[in-house]
Write a protein that binds this ligand. Structure first.
Ligand code: ADP
Length: 166
């Protein structure tokens, strides 16, 4: 809870780029929590297809219909960022059991580092259960269609980046 008695949550991730699966999770989280910050992790050791600025712009456009959502970015430990923004709730999305193992480990590590934080898992819509940013990039790159899997602004950006029209 922040000073206005509002419960805020943070949805962290790479969002390289944001997909309709991410949008779905953000929509559900935004309908439960008063404020949601979608925060893009900047990791200089992990190569990304889109710069943080590009990822921010795409997320901003894709989520502009959600009035209680803002977009931010961070580097370093998520627990430090959570303290910095004054939120106790971490949102993560689950697609399959394979996500669960990975997410469970991260959630426990974060609890070890900051016991006051809580990780909330939101289950995806089955139609997005196979959608990932890396899958979208790869399919697009090799000429497959990703329409319906990503927001329009991401589709446009992918076309520019890979210089193809699928
Ligand atoms: P990270 O590198 O932190 O996993 P991602 O952008 O890949 O960043 O994912 C951020 C979060 O969104 C993760 O919790 C991931 O499981 C979730 N997520 C990714 N794609 C989907 C999807 N299609 N449906 C639901 N959740 C998803």
């Amino acid at each position: 809870m922040n000073q206005d008695n509002k419960i805020s949550a943070v949805y962290p991730g790479s969002f390289d780029p944001v997909t309709n699966g991410h949008v779905y999770i953000a929509e559900r989280a935004a309908s439960i929590f008063d404020e949601l910050t979608v925060s893009i992790l900047y990791n200089e050791h992990k190569s990304a297809t889109f710069s943080v600025q590009e990822r921010i712009e795409m997320a901003r456009e894709a989520l502009k219909h959600l009035k209680n959502v803002k977009i931010d970015c961070f580097e370093g430990l998520l627990v430090d960022y959570m303290k910095h923004v004054g939120s106790r709730v971490i949102i993560r999305g689950l697609r399959a059991m394979s996500d669960f193992e990975y997410e469970f480990q991260i959630a426990l590590m974060n609890r070890q580092l900051a016991p006051e934080l809580e990780t909330f898992f939101i289950v995806t819509d089955p139609k997005y259960s196979y959608v990932s940013s890396s899958g979208v990039r790869e399919v697009f790159h090799f000429g497959g269609t990703v329409q319906g899997l990503v927001p329009d602004c991401v589709f446009k950006k992918l076309s520019e980046r890979f210089n193809i029209k699928n």
